[in-house]
Design a protein around this ligand. Structure first.
Ligand code: ADP
Length: 447
């Protein structure tokens, strides 16, 4: 087992990894930008290293600075968290070249899944059902119109290199397609430096259902059921739950087995998430994330496992500490993402937190790096905490969430807490009756 792990991240996820390290008797190293000198992850880690100025391009994304920090501190492995360098194949490769373990999949698997067209082709070859669409990239409008007419309108144009919900355009008619095709390519070029796009059937009322998978790198792989992450704003998740209200045990074990088998065939190592759109009983693969996800705690709650601990174990060459048969769902869990944002426009709202009080009690988990007196810097993501609750069933989880939200105090900055109070009062949310378009439609009516 490793003696020392460096965490190449900040905020709540850095704390999450430090906590797992401490429970496993592993020393932790925090890295930080100059803007984060007072951050909680720096205080909580055993050691810390400043790796550069505030902009993440010069600190949290600086491979050379992070590798130097490993050399200086003698860290044997790096946990990348999510975002930043967590899905950067050349970073995983560079670490390996320096004899440092990347706590995550191989550079090759990151590369395959990082390119959405290759990911889709790979998924298809591994027996995973995919969204109907173009075979690979579409370079000109004539081809685009041919594909769209073949699968039928509406269609969605997506950037091969896309991520974070960016670079997607919907077209309902050939006229719209012409404009959408051109703007999608231009936006993709500007955002990702790659103008390749592909076309998919645009599903009208799907749910976003994702399967948590875990591989031991030796051909052993399991699935840990699904999360329903359909409540999204601008293709970004805001509320996630497990198990999915629309998924039956039979569907779960079928799609779960397909995903676990696929991971076993490629000898995948570590945590991964296979994302699907789900409509009328069918699953359609959209992409795979080769890292720990923001919403992993809902899965941890219902299965009673520590996913970060498992990531560290398999990265060090140990076996998974559970088999598929050991994994049994217990109750229901919900996560809400608390962002420092001002409603109704969700404008980022950094600033000084005067008071912070985290909710507690049975079945409540608050993952946050806030503390009273902390100044949220303007340079990074607006996520300031995740409130996760667990109940014996969905109604209990919902009332626990309502109760816990009422206890939470974040004084000094605006947050998305009022959004969740309002959502919990909605019958559709109480009934689990929503799809990926529900939240946008509801928001448009509210404000
Ligand atoms: P990103 O990597 O940018 O997050 P994804 O491919 O994961 O992009 O898609 C993000 C979200 O966009 C999905 O959860 C869904 O809400 C929407 N979306 C993606 N593909 C389709 C599709 N074919 N039809 C309808 N909605 C889609």
């Amino acid at each position: 087992m490793f003696e020392k792990i460096l965490i190449a991240n900040r905020g709540e996820i850095a704390l999450r990894v430090i906590r797992a390290c401490r429970e496993m008797g592993i020393k932790s190293v925090a890295v930080h930008s100059t803007a984060d000198a007072d951050a909680m992850h720096v205080r909580m880690a055993d050691e810390s290293v400043c790796i550069g100025p505030a902009p993440s391009s010069e600190s949290y994304l600086s491979k050379a600075a992070i590798i130097s920090a490993c050399e200086i501190t003698g860290a044997q492995a790096v946990h990348p968290g999510y975002g930043f360098l967590s899905e950067n194949a050349s970073f995983a490769q560079a670490l390996e070249d320096h004899g440092i373990t990347f706590i995550g999949p191989s550079a090759e698997h990151i590369r395959i899944m990082g390119d959405k067209i290759t990911a889709k082709e790979t998924a298809k070859a591994l027996g995973i059902p995919v969204v109907p669409g173009s075979d690979g990239g579409v370079a000109d409008f004539e081809t685009a119109i041919g594909v769209a007419e073949g699968i039928g309108f509406p269609v969605i144009i997506k950037a091969t290199a896309g991520g974070g919900g960016r670079g997607m355009k919907v077209a309902k008619t050939p006229e719209e397609l012409e404009i959408a095709f051109r703007t999608a390519r231009a936006e993709a070029k500007a955002a990702f430096g790659n103008d390749e796009v592909y076309i998919e059937k645009y599903l009208q009322k799907p749910r976003h259902i994702e399967i948590q998978v875990f591989g031991d790198g030796k051909g052993g792989a399991v699935h840990l059921g699904e999360r329903d992450c359909s409540l999204q704003r601008r293709h970004q998740k805001v509320f996630e739950e497990a198990p999915g209200p629309a998924i039956t045990p039979k569907m779960r074990s079928e799609i779960g087995a397909i995903c676990a088998n696929a991971m076993s065939k490629i000898a995948y190592i570590g945590a991964g998430t296979v994302e699907f759109l789900y409509e009328d009983g069918n699953f359609y693969f959209i992409e795979m994330n080769t890292r720990l996800q923001v919403e992993h705690p809902v899965t941890e709650f219902i299965f009673g496992v520590d996913l970060v601990r498992e990531q560290i174990r398999v990265a060090s060459g140990m076996a998974l500490s559970f088999t598929q048969d050991d994994l049994e769902i217990n109750g229901h869990a919900i996560e809400v993402r608390i962002n420092a944002e001002k409603l109704p426009n969700f404008a980022p709202c950094p600033g000084k937190v005067r008071t912070f009080h985290a909710p507690g009690g049975l079945g409540v988990r608050m993952d946050s790096a806030l503390y009273g007196g902390y100044s949220i810097p303007p340079y990074y993501d607006s996520l300031i905490g995740k409130l996760i609750v667990h109940g014996r069933d969905r109604p209990e989880a919902l009332s626990r969430l309502r109760r816990a939200l009422g206890e939470l105090i974040v004084d000094g900055v605006d947050t998305t807490v009022p959004l969740f109070h309002a959502l919990l009062a909605e019958p559709d949310i109480q009934n689990g009756d929503y799809n990926i378009h529900w939240l946008e439609k509801w928001l448009a009516q509210q404000f």
